[in-house]
Design a protein around this ligand. Structure first.
Ligand code: CA
Length: 226
């Protein structure tokens, strides 16, 4: 999952970005309105954390512009405490959630997890596919109840495919959602990561759909389709 963080307070930006990276997300950072506006318009983010008071373009205007341009990613706004009018403006502009400053990082992470699972149609923070369980809170992955160790890239890949279980995900989509903008994408091909991940999982979970991409079956998908 790849996130955009727009926050002009450099110290806070760094703290949030570090916490998000530690939690296994790819993070792009913007420190002003113009940069944030441009990234949110042009890159495919799974969610955005958006401060409202920014130099250049303010957060509400930015959000309004994104929504007008048809960008649908979930957006969590950061507001100053007790500014209820900010929250109303933010929600009306298309925000999905808000957090008042100062906040606990754990709460921000929990809210991001909730936004991501709602956006992908999951009701719980533990994702299950066959014998594989992925706990989005702890980042723990088990096969048949036994924990396995994944690198951050392998975890990100598995998490993205499990969030989107039941849908074929192309290599291009994976490339766009697993790496931040500064990452050297050429030297780390998706095929290599999928191969390593399959080996570690040791079960036939990730299907290759020739010419299209990868698929993890969604349990009960056949029932809900009836
Ligand atoms: Ca600010």
């Amino acid at each position: 999952m790849r996130l955009l963080l727009v926050e002009d307070d450099r110290n806070l930006n760094r703290q949030i970005a570090t916490a998000l990276a530690d939690a296994g997300y790819a993070v792009d950072k913007a420190f002003d309105g113009e940069d944030g506006q441009h990234l949110g318009e042009s890159e495919p983010y799974d969610a955005v954390i958006l401060d409202l008071g920014l130099p250049g373009i303010d957060g509400v205007s930015m959000l309004t512009n994104w929504r007008r341009a048809g960008r649908k990613m979930p957006v969590l706004i950061l507001t100053a405490r007790d500014r209820w009018s900010d929250k109303v403006q933010g929600f009306d502009a298309g925000a999905d959630d808000y957090l008042a400053k100062p906040f606990h990082m754990e709460e921000l992470l929990a809210r991001i997890r909730a936004l991501l699972r709602r956006a992908t149609g999951h009701a719980t923070s533990e994702l299950v596919a066959g014998t594989i369980r992925l706990d989005t809170r702890s980042g723990r992955v088990t096969v048949d109840g036994l924990p396995i160790k994944l690198t951050s890239h392998e975890y990100r890949l598995l998490s993205y495919l499990m969030h989107h279980a039941g849908r074929i995900v192309s290599r291009g989509e994976l490339t766009e959602h697993l790496y931040d903008q500064d990452f050297d994408r050429d030297s780390n091909t998706i095929e290599v990561f999928v191969g390593r991940l399959r080996k570690k999982l040791g079960v036939d979970l990730i299907q290759t759909i020739r010419g299209l991409g990868y698929l993890i079956d969604r349990p009960g998908a056949a029932e809900t389709a009836k």
